[in-house]
Write a protein that binds this ligand. Structure first.
Ligand code: ADP
Ligand code: MG
Length: 349
């Protein structure tokens, strides 16, 4: 797509480094009072008065974390921001600023970076975060993007992974497995396209899955919802690697066990039908698929009435004593120890 001969291609060297940074960042606006100085100096200046600060960073590498043959650059920019905001929300924080650093090879024209920054811009607008800086450099091969997100949280309101308690309920937002299946569908189409470049894929049965893969949304709304419901989670994490791996993080760090109920795991209808088509087990996909960017948290059983029946939240298990282990209770009512599988286990199947 970036090799398309019909698209205008402006070489990055035509603008020079400073011209490029200015061109890419000129449309961004500063909205937060905490941003004293943004792009344009040696460093940004922030002032959060007496609130606590959340800082989180992620590095995305072409060929490792994304494939530009089916990931439009605009979506990549958007997703790169989401991945970071999701971590801020998982600390129960409010995201306020980001920095964006990129390394690009000369394979990328200005138009490609414009597209990338369109996605970053859309994310900043939709989630109300200020772009306050970054770095721009060249790479010998491919594209690298590193984003740092900054957020604020009131003293005493941050939620950690290591504070789940026995008898707490395990709750997840949204539904799981969609992003992984979206990737499987896109990979399959890529292979079809390589054999027959004129093929017109019909992806109408997979729209939700592809959206979950290409345009994930960080769950800012869930942090807000929990605040409105007056529920402070006892522990929280975002689902980037898969449900199973994240549950194990909470349990290990909190020194507790857990029973996760297979029948409770929320799945979209497209996840169920596409698992059948690909001959995949939907529970395995939800446990190990990753990239869903939902929030997984524990709450005190006393808070159950406040979340009961909420369409965005599903109770999927409960916290036990450490000695009971971390288990999946299957539909056949058998207990199986959960293992941290992630991508690799799925790829072997
Ligand atoms: P320095 O030489 O001090 O590292 P730079 O020339 O790299 O400064 O950056 C100038 C300004 O532009 C700084 O405010 C920096 O944070 C910002 N900046 C650089 N690259 C990017 C980028 N890719 N996206 C957003 N801001 C950037
Ligand atoms: Mg620099």
């Amino acid at each position: 797509m970036i090799e398309d001969k019909n698209q205008p291609r402006t070489s990055l060297s035509e603008l020079g480094e400073f011209g490029l940074i200015d061109h890419l960042t000129k449309n961004f606006k500063i909205n937060h009072n905490s941003t004293i100085k943004g792009v344009g100096d040696d460093g940004a200046i922030l002032n959060f008065s007496n609130r606590q600060i959340v800082v989180t960073t992620d590095l995305l590498v072409e060929g490792v974390h994304f494939d530009l043959s089916y990931m439009p650059l605009k979506h990549l920019g958007y997703k790169a921001v989401m991945v970071n905001l999701s971590d801020v929300y998982a600390m129960n924080g409010a995201a306020t600023q980001i920095t964006v650093s990129i390394a690009v090879s000369n394979r990328f024209p200005l138009e490609a970076l414009e597209e990338l920054y369109e996605g970053i811009f859309a994310a900043c607008e939709a989630y109300n975060v200020d772009l306050i800086g970054g770095d721009t450099t060249s790479s010998t091969k491919g594209l690298l993007i590193s984003i740092t997100a900054i957020g604020e949280v009131e003293k005493g309101k941050a939620v950690y992974r290591n504070t789940a308690k026995q008898n707490d309920l395990l709750v997840v937002s949204g539904d799981l497995g969609g992003a992984y299946l979206g990737l499987q569908v896109l990979e399959r189409e890529k292979q079809v396209f390589e054999v027959n470049p004129n093929s017109q894929p019909d992806l109408t049965d997979y729209t939700y899955l592809i959206e979950r893969q290409l345009k994930p949304e960080a769950r800012k709304d869930i942090v807000k919802l929990l605040k409105e419901l007056e529920v402070k989670p006892t522990a929280m994490i975002d689902i980037s690697d898969g449900l199973s791996s994240e549950i194990l993080h909470i349990c290990k760090q909190s020194k507790v066990g857990c029973n996760l109920y297979e029948e409770k795991i929320p799945l979209d209808q497209q996840v169920i039908s596409t698992c059948e088509e690909f001959d995949l087990n939907s529970t395995t996909v939800a446990l190990s698929g990753g990239e869903d960017y939902e929030l997984l948290f524990t709450i005190s059983p006393n808070d159950f009435p406040k979340i009961k029946g909420n369409p965005h939240l599903t109770v999927i298990g409960h916290i036990t004593e450490e000695s009971e282990g971390v288990n999946l209770v299957t539909r056949a009512n058998q207990k199986v120890a959960l293992t941290a599988q992630g991508w690799n286990a799925l790829n072997k199947n």
